[in-house]
Structure formats: C-alpha cells, structure tokens
Ligand binder design. Sequence first.
Ligand code: 5GP
Ligand code: MG
Length: 190
Amino acid sequence: MKQLLTAKELEEGVDQLAARLRREYLGRPLTVVGVLTGSIVLLADLIRRLDLPLRVGLIQARSYRGAATTPGELTVNADLLPDVKNREVLLLDDIFDTGHTLERLLTDIRALGPISIRSAVLLRKEGRSEVDFEPDYVVFEIPDAFVVGYGLDFHDAYRNLPYVAALDDEIANVDLDELPPPGDCDPRDC
Ligand code: 5GP
Ligand code: MG
C-alpha cells in the first residue's frame, strides 16, 4: 500500500494541533469527544499532549453505505457521552469526507447545551464535502482515495498501522476472509 503520511508526519501534525488547542483554550476546561472507532488512535495521541483540565467522552457513529441502504444513513449511539451541558466541547474524528457524519454529530451534541462546540479531524479529503461548514481544525488535507491506518479501517482491519496509507485496489477487491492480517507483515509486501 502507498504510504500517504508517515508515522513521523502524523506525530508532527498532532503536535501542531495540540499546540493550537493549548493556545486557543488556554487552560479552560475542555471535553474532547472522540468518534468511535476511527478516532481512537488520534484521541490517545492528542490528549496526552493537552495540558488542560480535560475530560474525554466517546460517541459512536455508524454509516451504512451498502447498496441496500440510503447512502449516508447514520446511526448514532451517545451512551458513552459524559454530560456536556455548560462544557466546552471538541468533537474529534478521523476523517472528513462528505461531512455528513460531523454535521449530524455536531447537531446532536449542540442540542445537549454545551457552552461551545468545535470540530477537529485528522484528515480532510479534497473536493468531497457535501455540507456547508468546515471542521474548525484539519491536520492534513489528502487527495480523494480510500485510506487506512492510524485508526482508519477497511472492514475493521488496518486500524493499527502506525501510518496512513491509500488502500490498494487489489486489497479493496479481495475476499474479506483473505485480508492480510494487520501487523503480520508490511502491507506493502503482503
Ligand atoms: P463523512 O460522513 O464525512 O462522509 O464520512 C466520515 C466517516 O466515513 C469517517 O468517520 C470514516 O469512518 C468514514 N470514511 C470516509 N472516508 C474514509 C476513508 O478513506 N477511509 C476510511 N477507513 N474511512 C473513511
Ligand atoms: Mg468514522
């Protein structure tokens, strides 16, 4: 698979995001809400760099993109969300593609009465947005390709890659049971 972002580039990008957040929230209490499951690696790396009074919450968004369902149909599970009323919230996701996931989650969380809510994503795909807002923080702009690694999956595989790679067409088309096990070999050689 073709590496788009190396582990070192990801580390530097997360460093810069953390520095901006530390400056902009300046010691104010913050609740970081990670979108399951893709944001977990970014969430873990980011919060350890945030020297702020911090709470962490999680929210799950699943989109069903199969031919049988309407594209973009979303199911949200907010059972793991702490009380965000009168809190400053940063919603954190792995990737901004069409933007529908973040749009829906921002609306849902706004309804819970936070003082403020902003959004941050690791990746934003160029030319794909179908919504009329931008995330407040974007770490990397990437071309329109299906990417995996650093939390992002392909049918739940490859989240553990320490870099971000564009999925090879051969892998995208293989029988799912035949997927090379993540971490078992360098996916560029699998
Ligand atoms: P959106 O609602 O912005 O179209 O899509 C956001 C969600 O779709 C992300 O949270 C992610 O789960 C998934 N997604 C979109 N593009 C990609 C991609 O290139 N790779 C992976 N692994 N997931 C993606
Ligand atoms: Mg996701």
